[in-house]
Structure formats: C-alpha cells, structure tokens
Design a protein around this ligand. Structure first.
Ligand SMILES: Cc1cc2nc3c(=O)[nH]c(=O)nc-3n(C[C@H](O)[C@H](O)[C@H](O)COP(=O)(O)OP(=O)(O)OC[C@H]3O[C@@H](n4cnc5c(N)ncnc54)[C@H](O)[C@@H]3O)c2cc1C
Length: 463
C-alpha cells in the first residue's frame, strides 16, 4: 500500500490527503452519519489526472469512491479503506453555445455555479433543489437528481445531452456530444446517469439550457388536504396560458413543526396543508389576453369557491417569492430536527399522491401508534418525501416502517426510491423490490465494465 500511496502522490503532485484532520470531512456525511475512514483522498485537477489515478488504482486493485458535493442522502460516498476521488477541482467551463442552447462544463461545478454561468449568458439551467449550492453536476447526474422543477423540465437525465466518463480501468469514454439526434447504437452516456459512480467517474457534461424566464407568479395556498392540492394543480396545468414549473405540497405537521422552530413568517394564522406554486406566464398570451377565469387569479378564485383552497397569497415582490420558497427549503432541517427520523423518498403515479399519504399514515399508526410524520411532495411528478418520527429508535421498528412504506408505494405502481438513489442505505429495498431479471441485467453490466468490483463497491447492487 505504501508503494500505491507513493505513486498516487507522484501523479497528484504531492497533493494527497492520507491522515490527520484534513481527512475528517470525508468520514461523515452532511447529516453527521458515518462514511468510514478512506485510505486517502485525492483531488485531481484535470480529466487526464482522473484517468491516470483510476488506472493506478485499477492496476493496484484499490477500490475507488467518486465524491461530488457530498450532499447525497443514501451514503453513496461511504469509503472505508477506499481511495476517494473528489471532483471538487474540476471546474472548467469548456464551451457555451447560445445558438444551440448548450453548456459544456466539468463535473465539479456546483448546480448553483452552472445556473449562474447560464444566467450570465442570458440563458437558464433549470435543475434546482435545496442542496444546489454544494451539489455538483457530476453528483447530480450520477444520482439523476430531480428537484423542484422536474415537473416541467424533467430530471438531470433529461437535461444532459452528452458526457465524458472515466471507466473503472482508467480509459476515457467520450460521449460529450451536443447533438439532439444520434441513433448509433447504445446510448452509452445513460450508463453513468443514475448509477451513482458504480460504472465510472463523470468528468464533464454537455447540458441543455433554456431561454430566460418570462414573468412569474408564485403562490402560497392553504389547502384542506393533498387531494384538493392535486385538483388545484390539475386545473392550473390544463390552462394553456401558463406553465406550472413547481408544485410543492407541504403537510400541516411540517408547517406546525416549522412554526415551533421559528425563524419564519407564515402568512396564514393556523397551520394548514400548503401548496407552493411557481408558474411562468408568457409575456403575451398567444391569442390576445386570457379571460379572467383562465388567469392564475381566476383559477384560484374558482378553487376557493370549490373549497379546494382555504386561502392564498400571490407574491408581490422578489423578497416575498424568496420568503415563500424559504419555507419549503427548510424541509430537510425540520425533518431531521427530531430524533429518530426516518426519511423515505418514494414515487407513485401522480394521481395517487393523496391516497398514498393517507394510507402511509394508516400503516404507520398501525405499526407505531405514538409516531408522527410529515409529508413533502413534488406534487406534479408524484415524488413524496414521507418522513416518520417514530416513538423509539429500535432498529427493527425503523426497518419495518421503512419497508412497509416502500412496499405501499410499490403496490400502488410506484418506486421505493424516486430521486435520491440507492447508495448503501437502500440495498435491502433493492433486494426486496427490484425485479430479479432487471437486477441480474444490472449486475451483468456492472461485471462487464468493472470485473474486479473496484468502482464504488457496496452500493446500488445488493451482495
Ligand atoms: C438539503 C438537501 C436537499 C436535497 N434536495 C434534493 C432534491 O430536491 N432532489 C434530489 O434529487 N436530491 C436532493 N438532495 C440529495 C442530493 O443533493 C443529490 O443526490 C445530489 O445530486 C448529490 O450531488 P453531490 O454532488 O452532492 O453528490 P455526492 O453526495 O458527492 O455523491 C452522490 C453519489 O454520486 C457519486 N458521484 C459523485 N460525483 C460523481 C461523479 N463526478 N461521477 C460519478 N459518480 C459521482 C458518489 O459516489 C455517490 O454515489 C438533497 C440533499 C440535501 C442535503
């Protein structure tokens, strides 16, 4: 191992963290959970350096864990005695094309940095979520991150036209195309999107950009329940006069817990279920001005009449827009402010979000009557973060609750992992719920590309 570390140090010009406090940030995740103790951490400055380091690790049979912004929630960067390759220094902007609406960047740029680059060129990169200030493009692609705008723009996969990845043996796979059409056999870039660094390390990507935003309406609505929220979203989505970008449902238990913590001004007196909507309106309606009943205000008034909305506030300033979003962005903090907390990340068909929440409450109460829960849902894409605060920290209880909630989602035609991935934490669910033929196909691909199981082992594929 001493020889490996010496060769590694030569490749990285002496810049290797192998002991001492510098290693500490790589031993725990953002929530303080154990990620093991890496053999060493290396932070290459170029794709060529990543190739050379991965080849060395391959030849010496050292396991490798790619590391991005380290905001993942399923311990995908667990790296006990493995070499951590951190992409944090791969930050070059390789190319921006305003004509083609594309941007090619290296993997270590954060989502917020990519958004800013696009903005500077009067374009927009729409991927957005609470951890965007730290999460990197490479991490977001490798987990196929979703976030709040997936309703309109899809997940990270839908925003990627091409990518460059280092294979487990150190060779470089160049799929850095910006073409919208190219049918030339397997779409190899898809092997690296959503596979959490188990098939290779993403070093750069070509991303889709979109025109600057039109005028926006941001609404915070108090709603009686998730069913009413879904009806309101359907009405808004079926109007041709605007595009709903985000529809975030927040349960009253979350709102109550947030009020208790303080630091936020809620526009409604009593805690209710909330629906946060961000809607883009074209600068001018296609066939003249929309009628009053077709505007956001008109649709909200009709929903009020139907008792689907109890009260609603439309943001009148950028400060108020930010204040509404600040409520939603505190979801992770509130979820983990109680201990123990069990976070799930399921998806169901969009029409089943409200029934899922109701049935999840019933299942949870039957298993653990003294427990409590909050639900945050990306309502438009069926993704529900149902967080349980169990009455005790018993491992058996936590496992039972988690598997029963995931089983409910699967029984409703949904997924046990919507946007966070599998990592190390969802291996039991993967074993239980993934179709055996699908799992076998995945394992065969993994073995073909990484026969020595050196690239992020112990994640995604159950043993
Ligand atoms: C407050 C908060 C809010 C969040 N909200 C959302 C949300 O709305 N939607 C959502 O989808 N996720 C969300 N997440 C989860 C997380 O931010 C995403 O999974 C994100 O995409 C991870 O990116 P990262 O750069 O931090 O990756 P990391 O955590 O560093 O890594 C995640 C996985 O990707 C692998 N990896 C990292 N970089 C590369 C690379 N260059 N090549 C290959 N593999 C790599 C790692 O090995 C690991 O398996 C949230 C997290 C937090 C803390």
């Amino acid at each position: 191992m001493a020889t490996f570390l010496q060769k590694l140090s030569d490749l990285a010009h002496g810049d290797v963290l192998a002991e001492g406090p510098a290693l500490e940030p790589y031993c725990r995740d953002w929530a303080g959970r154990d990620l093991g103790r890496p053999l060493a951490v290396v932070r290459p400055r170029s794709t060529a350096e990543v190739c050379a380091i991965v080849k060395l690790a391959h030849d010496c049979r050292v396991t490798v864990v790619p590391s991005g912004g380290r905001t993942g929630v399923v311990r995908g960067t667990y790296a006990d005695r493995a070499l951590v390759i951190s992409l944090e220094r791969l930050k070059a902007i390789r190319r921006i094309s305003q004509e083609a609406n594309t941007l090619t960047v290296e993997a270590g740029l954060t989502i917020a940095e990519v958004q800013a680059v696009a903005w500077d060129h009067r374009q927009r990169f729409p991927l957005s979520f609470g951890a965007e200030g730290s999460a990197q493009i490479g991490g977001a692609l490798s987990t196929n991150a979703g976030g709040t705008n997936a309703l309109r723009f899809g997940t990270a996969r839908d925003l990627c036209l091409g990518l460059e990845a280092v294979l487990p043996d150190g060779r470089l796979l160049n799929e850095l195309s910006s073409l919208r059409k190219s049918n030339t056999g397997l779409d190899l870039k898809q092997l690296f999107i959503g596979t959490e660094g188990t098939l290779g390390i993403i070093t750069a990507a070509t991303l889709r950009l979109f025109p600057m935003e039109g005028p926006r309406t941001v609404v915070l609505a108090a709603v009686p329940d998730a069913d009413a929220a879904a009806r309101l979203l359907r009405k808004l989505s079926s109007s041709a006069n605007h595009a709903v970008e985000a529809a975030e449902f927040m349960s009253r238990s979350f709102v109550a817990a947030l009020s208790e913590k303080g630091g936020v001004r809620l526009p409604f007196a009593a805690p209710t279920d909330l629906l946060l909507l961000e809607i883009e309106q074209p600068s001018s309606a296609p066939d003249g001005s929309p009628s009053a009943g077709e505007t956001v205000e008109g649709l909200l008034a009709a929903a009020f009449e139907d008792a689907d909305v109890l009260d609603a506030v439309i943001a009148t300033s950028e400060a108020q827009r930010k204040a509404f979003w600040a409520i939603r962005e505190r979801a992770a903090e509130v979820a983990f402010s109680r201990h123990p907390a069990l976070a799930t990340d399921i998806s169901v068909p969009t029409s089943s979000v409200a029934p899922f929440i109701d049935q999840a409450h019933a299942i949870r109460r039957a298993i653990d009557p003294a427990s409590d829960a909050m639900a945050i849902a990306h309502l438009g894409d069926g993704n529900v973060h149902y967080t349980i605060w169990p009455a005790s920290n018993s491992t058996d209880l936590l496992q039972r609750l988690e598997l029963e909630i995931e089983a409910l989602a699967v029984a409703m035609g949904g997924s046990f992992s919507a946007e966070h991935g599998i990592g190390r934490d969802k291996l039991a669910a993967m074993e239980r719920f993934k179709d055996p033929v699908n799992l076998d196909t995945m394992r065969r691909i993994k073995t073909a590309l990484d026969p020595h199981n050196l690239m992020n082992p112990g994640k995604v594929y159950p043993a």
